[in-house]
Design a protein around this ligand. Structure first.
Ligand SMILES: C[S@@+](CC[C@H](N)C(=O)[O-])C[C@H]1O[C@@H](n2cnc3c(N)ncnc32)[C@H](O)[C@@H]1O
Length: 398
C-alpha cells in the first residue's frame, strides 16, 4: 500500500471520526487503537524518540494542572457553548491567559483538548476522561503516590543487583519516597491521598465492561443458594463498588452480600456509605488471618492478589480457603497476561505493582503455579475485557 494514500485516509478519519463504521465493535476499536499506536512508534524519527521519553513526565504534571484549576471540568460542562476561547477558560479557571495559551498549545499537541480554530477549544475524548471523578482522582493519586516510586526503580534495581523485587517491605516505593512505611500504612497517614485512592479504585476501569457483563453468576455459582449463607463476599473490596454492582445485577438473592476490608476503610464506608450500599454488610476482615465468614457461595477478589509477590498471594488464598465449604468458590478478578504481545496498559500496571508493592501481574502459567501450591483447582476462566485481558477465574478446593 502507498503511504500517502494511507495518511490521506487516516487524516480523513481524524477530521470526521463518526464516518468510520464498525467502531461499535469493542474488539475492532481496540485493535485499531493498538495498531495506530504501534504504527506511530514504528515510524518515529530517531531524533524524536529521546524527546518523547524525556518529556513523558509532562503529561502527568500538566494533566494535574488541568485537574487543580478545573480546566477539564470547564471544558466538559453541560450546556457549555462550544468552542470556548482562551479568555472564557481563563475567567473560569483563574489561569493567567498568557500561561493558558501555552498550556493549551501543549494540551492540543497531546490530544488532551481539541483545537478547532486559532482561539477555539473543545473537549476531546481525553478531556472527558480527565474530567471524570475517577480520572481526576487517578491523576492526583499517581502524581502523589506512584510517580515517586516509579522514579525510584533504577536506584532500587542498582542496589539489589537487578533481582526481581519480591520483598514488599523493600521495593522501589521505599527508595522513591524515602520511607520505611509500606504504601497501605502510608495511605493511612496521608488522608488526602486516601481521598484520591478510593475513588480511583472505583473509577479505574471506567468505560470497560464489568465482569458481570460476561460472567453468568447464577449459572456458574449462585443457583440454589439461599439465605443461610452469604452469596457474595468481596474481600479487599475498597468502598464496596463491586458489591453494589452485584446487588444491582442480582437483586433476587436472599443470601448476604458482604464487603470485607481493613478497619479504617470500613469506618469510612460506614461514615459515608456510597449510593447503593444499603442492604450490604460492611465488615472488618484482615486477610492475613483465616476467613471467619464460613461457607459463602463466592469469595471475590479483584486486584488484590496482584498487589503481592507469589508467597504472599498464596498466604491470602490459604486464609480464604479456611472459610470455604464444598459449595464455595473463590472468584479471582485479575488480568491474565498473554505470553506474547501484552498490551501497554497491562504491562504498565505490572510495573506499577513491581514499583509500589513488589506485586506482579500474571500469565495463566503463573496463576496456575499459585493455585496448585495452595490446593485450589481452576474450574474455568472467563475473559471479559480485551483492553487488559481481565478475567474471572473460578476456583474450587481440590
Ligand atoms: C488494589 S486495591 C483493590 C480494591 C478493590 N478490590 C477493587 O478492585 O477496586 C486493594 C485493596 O485491598 C485492601 N487491603 C489491603 N490490605 C488488606 C488486608 N490486610 N485485609 C483486607 N483488605 C486489605 C486495601 O484497602 C485495598 O482497598
Amino acid at each position: 500500500m502507498d503511504a500517502a494514500t494511507l495518511v490521506d485516509q487516516l487524516e480523513a478519519v481524524l477530521a470526521k471520526p463518526e464516518t468510520l463504521s464498525g467502531l461499535d465493535n469493542d474488539a475492532t476499536k481496540r485493535r485499531l487503537s493498538e495498531a495506530a499506536f504501534r504504527l506511530n512508534l514504528a515510524l518515529e524519527a530517531g531524533g524524536d524518540t529521546i524527546h518523547r521519553l524525556t518529556n513523558a513526565p509532562l503529561e502527568l504534571a500538566l494533566s494535574r494542572v488541568g485537574v487543580q484549576t478545573g480546566l477539564w471540568t470547564a471544558l466538559t460542562k453541560e450546556n457549555a457553548l462550544l468552542p470556548l476561547t482562551n479568555s472564557q477558560l481563563a475567567k473560569e479557571t483563574k489561569i493567567d491567559p498568557v500561561l493558558l495559551k501555552r498550556l493549551l498549545r501543549y494540551y492540543q499537541s497531546k490530544g488532551m483538548v481539541a483545537q478547532t480554530g486559532e482561539d477555539a477549544f473543545a473537549p476531546s475524548n481525553i478531556t472527558k476522561a480527565l474530567a471524570s471523578v475517577g480520572g481526576s482522582s487517578g491523576i492526583n493519586y499517581f502524581a502523589e503516590m506512584i510517580y515517586p516510586a516509579l522514579m525510584g526503580i533504577p536506584e532500587y534495581l542498582r542496589k539489589t543487583e537487578h533481582a526481581n523485587p519480591s520483598n514488599p517491605d523493600f521495593c522501589p516505593w521505599h527508595v522513591g519516597h524515602k520511607t520505611e512505611e509500606s504504601p497501605f500504612s502510608w495511605l493511612n497517614t496521608h488522608p488526602e491521598c486516601m481521598g484520591y485512592f478510593l475513588p480511583w479504585m472505583a473509577g479505574q476501569r471506567d468505560g470497560n465492561p464489568e465482569f458481570l457483563d460476561s460472567f453468568d453468576f447464577e449459572k456458574e455459582v449462585g443457583a440454589g443458594s439461599d439465605s443461610s449463607v452469604p452469596v457474595f463476599v468481596d474481600v479487599g473490596g475498597a468502598i464496596g463498588h463491586q458489591c453494589i454492582l452485584f446487588k444491582s445485577r442480582y437483586p433476587q438473592y436472599s443470601g448476604r452480600i458482604v464487603l470485607q476490608e481493613q478497619a479504617h476503610v470500613i469506618e469510612q464506608v460506614k461514615a459515608a456509605p456510597p449510593p447503593g450500599m444499603d442492604g450490604i454488610d460492611a465488615q472488618t476482615y484482615d486477610f492475613w488471618g483465616p476467613q471467619q465468614l464460613k461457607g459463602a457461595r463466592a469469595y471475590y477478589l479483584r486486584n488484590v492478589l496482584h498487589d503481592f509477590p507469589p508467597h504472599k498471594a498464596k498466604e491470602i488464598l490459604t486464609n480464604i480457603k479456611a472459610g470455604m465449604t464444598e459449595q464455595s468458590v473463590i472468584l479471582i478478578d485479575e488480568m491474565v497476561l498473554p505470553e506474547v504481545g501484552t498490551p501497554w496498559r497491562a504491562a504498565s500496571l505490572d510495573m506499577d505493582m513491581l514499583a509500589c508493592l513488589a506485586g506482579v501481574e500474571r500469565s495463566a502459567k503463573e496463576w496456575g503455579e499459585i493455585f496448585e501450591a495452595v490446593g485450589l483447582e481452576l474450574v474455568k476462566t472467563v475473559q471479559y475485557t480485551v483492553q487488559c485481558n481481565d478475567c474471572i477465574m473460578i476456583l474450587k478446593q481440590k
